[in-house]
Design a protein around this ligand. Structure first.
Ligand code: C5P
Length: 400
């Protein structure tokens, strides 16, 4: 799965003959799972039609500051929406305007508003490419932090042959992928996450379980994949899909199965986040056949499940180990005690006292407690946002 999966990309096309290759580029980016919005310089309309690009990108194509109905195209919104911007082809004229900070068309205004990485694929005739002013503009653009995708050599539209051809769409995509992956905050890290409930069988059709949906842990796994990690998810019974994400998923049912799956992947992991709601007890015996109803009362004897996280804490070497705590009283004290007892680097406390937190909800309200006693409390947020907060905190504060 590509690091471009689910990334929001603005593709800006300017007026060079290579603009026709923008159609292939859009297709490749969409195939990688990216959401693509195309903008054109007004002159690029002579080379490629908005209809082609809107059909391939499945999004409206913009090329003017205002629409025919008089409404305004918000270039600032578009610049801030993007996770990355690609300008391909970038003509000598566009490079010069970018280097000077001009903004007399939508492409330049979006470029100036963009806070994300900007990739530039120059395309022009060889003498234009070689001209000192073009080289200087490219050098200036690099000093602004732009990433230049080198032009390639070959036959040019003028009939001449040499350097200046826009990099082929496949090469643009690999260039962008390599750069984004190498800059991703969790590049090269193996993240192991547990999620969901465990079901402890009573007989072939019944179990002891809990209301965990798996949503929190699955959001963590998805966010870690988006941040460039190699992600492994050990998941108790959950209806939530992880399809379309670069996540290796192991589905388990019981606490003992979860323990095996976590332990077998623990040694190689760099970051381990145990968010599963593991059942504390399991039936002492699992009946082979469905238990028939007979007496008015029945007793199921339970035995304690192993504490998976505590076991991982005991074996900890270089891993960062993060646990969760769900408390109803003396929350902070209890969470701190668990952090110490299980040898964790951080514990994420979610309070059952909060109506926006807990099982089967889309939101969660959490506090982070670190092993050096920092306490950071967050507002209630969507679980996907909470997942990003957790991972950003790990990257910025724990991965030093
Ligand atoms: O002790 P308590 O169950 O409150 O601790 C919660 C943390 O411990 C969570 O991270 C949970 O995933 C983990 N845990 C575990 N094995 C158990 C019980 C809890 O790994 N049997």
């Amino acid at each position: 799965m590509s690091i471009l999966n689910r990334k929001r990309i603005v593709l800006a096309v300017t007026a060079g003959i290579a603009a026709y290759k923008a159609a292939f580029l859009v297709r490749l980016l969409v195939k990688k799972g990216a959401e693509v919005r195309v903008i054109l310089s007004p002159e690029a309309l002579d080379f490629v039609t908005p209809l082609t690009l809107s059909t391939l990108s499945k999004n409206q194509v913009e090329y003017e500051f205002s629409n025919s109905d008089g409404s305004w195209n918000n270039h600032v919104e578009l610049g801030l929406w993007a996770d990355l911007m690609i300008i391909a082809p970038a003509t000598a004229n566009t490079l010069s305007k970018m280097a000077d900070g001009a903004s007399d068309n939508l492409v330049l205004a979006v470029y100036l508003s963009a806070k994300c990485p900007v990739f530039v694929a120059p395309a022009m005739d060889l003498d234009m490419y070689r001209h000192p002013s073009t080289s200087q503009n490219i050098e200036r653009l690099k000093t602004f932090g732009n990433l230049i995708i080198p032009a390639e050599s070959g036959e040019l539209a003028s009939g001449l042959s040499g350097e200046g051809r826009m990099a082929e769409p496949e090469n643009i995509v690999s260039f962008v992928e390599d750069k984004i992956q190498s800059k991703a905050p969790l590049n090269g890290k193996k993240v192991l996450v547990s999620a969901g409930p465990t079901y402890e069988l009573i007989d072939p059709v019944r179990f002891v379980g809990n209301f965990s949906s798996g949503k929190m842990g699955i959001e963590i796994a998805k966010a870690a994949a988006d941040m460039g990690a190699e992600v492994s998810l050990v998941c108790g019974p959950s209806a939530i899909s992880t399809e379309g994400f670069a996540i290796r998923r192991t589905d388990v049912i019981s606490a003992l199965e979860m323990k095996n799956a976590m332990e077998s992947q623990y040694t190689e992991a760099d970051i381990v986040i145990m968010s599963a709601a593991v059942a504390d007890y399991r039936p002492a015996n699992i009946a082979e056949q469905k238990i028939k109803k007979k007496e008015d009362e029945m007793v199921i004897q339970l035995v304690k499940n192993p504490d998976i996280l505590k076991g991982l804490g005991e074996k900890k070497k270089n891993q960062l180990l993060i646990g969760f705590a769900l408390e109803t009283n003396d929350e902070i004290e209890n969470a701190k005690a668990k952090l110490k007892n299980k040898n964790l680097d951080m514990i994420v406390l979610n309070s059952m006292q909060d109506k926006e937190a807990g099982f089967r909800k889309d939101t969660n309200k959490v506090s982070f407690i670190t092993k050096d006693q920092q306490l950071i409390s967050h507002e209630a947020k969507n679980k996907s946002e909470v997942a990003k907060d957790i991972l950003n905190f790990i990257v910025e504060k724990l991965m030093l």
